[in-house]
Design a protein around this ligand. Structure first.
Ligand SMILES: [Zn+2]
Ligand SMILES: [Zn+2]
Length: 248
């Protein structure tokens, strides 16, 4: 039985290609577009989305937000013969960086994060404990990412947008087809702004000025829950979309 999201994809596929969507394309855990392999793993008790983004030609990959369950992430890499070249954190919350340490130990891949969130990497044990959970502190970053930077692996280039508001150093990473937004924007929702360093006004500006400036067709991969598109959120998001009462 196909769920609503798959039916929506199926209609899109039918319109574009005149053929049926294969069942495996409905699996939210696996997506492939041109030469990009995208695997979604929902990890840890807070169910954060970790993305393995791989270059099909070179089999080099980046792991975005390894929040927990490093062995599952390593298995996902191995299953597709992917080599992790980079570990990228969209922000410093422990549910997105909790497996940095183990992943770096095994793969030797460098850790990349915005400098404003870098100090959180050695406070993971404390912040997880505040939620009654456990996390290993992360090694310090090997490279700090700024707005406008580009991150390359294989034949893939991810462009960096600084999208603060959920945290001061939140970033989004985009290609011509997709954008990884961390906890900045969700399908039908937005990131919480009540944590230290959070700001609703800043978050709204990040989304409306930077994310909504991207192509409507871009698929949005958030840090939790299901994927969406820029166009759908621009039109219908109740907090920051065109219908939101405080949209300006
Ligand atoms: Zn977060
Ligand atoms: Zn999160």
């Amino acid at each position: 039985m196909l769920d609503g999201r798959c039916l929506m994809l199926e209609n899109k596929w039918l319109k574009a290609h005149g053929t049926w969507l294969k069942v495996k394309d409905c699996d939210p855990g696996y997506h492939q577009e041109e030469n990009v392999i995208i695997k979604t793993l929902t990890v840890g008790p807070i169910m954060a989305n970790c993305f393995v983004v791989g270059c099909e030609e070179t089999l080099e990959s980046a792991v975005i937000d390894p929040g927990d369950e490093p062995d599952r992430i390593l298995q996902a890499l191995a299953e597709s013969n992917l080599t992790a070249k980079l570990i990228i954190n969209t922000h410093g919350h422990f549910d997105h960086v909790g497996a940095n340490k183990r992943l770096k130990e095994v793969t030797s891949a460098p850790i990349l994060i915005h400098p404003f969130d870098a100090p959180m990497l050695n406070q993971l044990a404390d912040s997880a404990a505040a939620w009654g959970m456990a996390a290993d502190n992360s090694p310090p970053p090997d490279r700090e990412l700024q707005d406008g930077d580009e991150v390359a692996f294989g034949k893939i280039i991810l462009k960096v947008l600084h999208t603060p508001g959920h945290t001061p150093g939140g970033i989004s990473l985009y290609t011509d087809h997709e954008v990884f937004v961390g906890d900045t924007l969700f399908a039908g929702s937005i990131g919480r702004t009540d944590f230290p360093g959070g700001s609703f006004e800043t978050l709204k500006e990040s989304i409306q000025q930077k994310l909504f400036a991207l192509s409507d067709d871009l698929k949005v991969y958030p840090g939790h829950n299901q994927a969406t598109t820029i166009g759908v959120e621009k039109r219908t998001n109740p907090f920051v979309g065109e219908q939101a009462s405080y949209f300006s």
